[in-house]
Design a protein around this ligand. Structure first.
Ligand code: ADP
Ligand code: MG
Ligand code: MG
Length: 205
């Protein structure tokens, strides 16, 4: 991972979010307030603008700026959660390059930030349910290289996303529905899967 790839990752997330905006909104309409797609589109569109013309001095610089932008531009729960995660990843990547092990540590710092802020446990039907298996898969595959680790992480995030369907939400707006949240895929776990799939796509290039 280098500064160019970090910028490419954020751009790839922005285009994935744009492509899947309707799906994210539909999922959030079922168990939330129907704004997850528009929240993330607004946030990542603003992040692209904030990164425009930036010549980042480190891998983390682009990620930190993305995080700060998400925090300031997204009103919903996901803005501060993803924003804190990107800022924590940014802080963890101060060099011009990062190998797979270093990037794995940054992903761990991102998850820690999400859990510090949102206090969700695995199984609560949130972002954590996709990020946790993605991190584990990334770390396991890191010795085989960055692209392979990112591919493994994307697959694990997608499995974690699907595994939220039978769960009852215990955090966020969906938790207000109690048992009626069962049977729906969590919107935030779905966007986390997009984020890791975007990483795998830029990493293989
Ligand atoms: P809001 O619920 O404020 O409208 P969004 O719709 O943008 O915000 O995001 C909803 C998603 O945020 C949920 O699907 C869930 O995955 C995630 N989320 C909510 N609360 C938490 C939390 N405490 N920890 C982790 N993720 C959470
Ligand atoms: Mg919402
Ligand atoms: Mg909302």
């Amino acid at each position: 991972m280098d500064t160019t790839l970090a910028l490419a990752w954020v751009r790839e997330i922005a285009s994935a979010v744009e492509e899947h905006e309707a799906q994210l909104t539909e999922l959030d309409s079922a168990i939330g307030d129907g704004d997850h797609g528009s929240n993330l589109r607004r946030g990542f569109t603003a992040a692209l603008a904030a990164l425009d013309g930036l010549d980042p001095a480190s891998v983390g610089a682009a990620l930190s700026r993305t995080g700060t932008t998400l925090i300031s531009k997204v009103g919903g729960a996901s803005g501060p959660l993803y924003g804190s995660a990107f800022r924590a990843m940014g802080t963890a990547l101060p060099g011009e390059r990062a190998d797979a092990a270093e990037f794995g540590a940054a992903l761990a710092a991102g998850l820690a930030a999400i859990r510090r802020l949102g206090a969700a446990e695995p199984g609560d039907k949130t972002i954590v349910d996709a990020w946790t298996p993605a991190l584990a898969a990334f770390e396991l595959a890191a010795p085989t290289g960055f692209a392979a680790a990112a591919e493994a992480a994307a697959g694990a995030a997608e499995q974690g996303m699907r595994d939220t369907v039978p769960l009852q939400a215990r955090k966020g707006r969906a938790s207000y529905l109690g048992p009626r949240s069962i049977g729906h895929q969590d919107p935030g776990a779905t966007s986390t899967a997009l984020l890791f799939r975007a990483l795998a796509r830029v990493a293989e290039k």
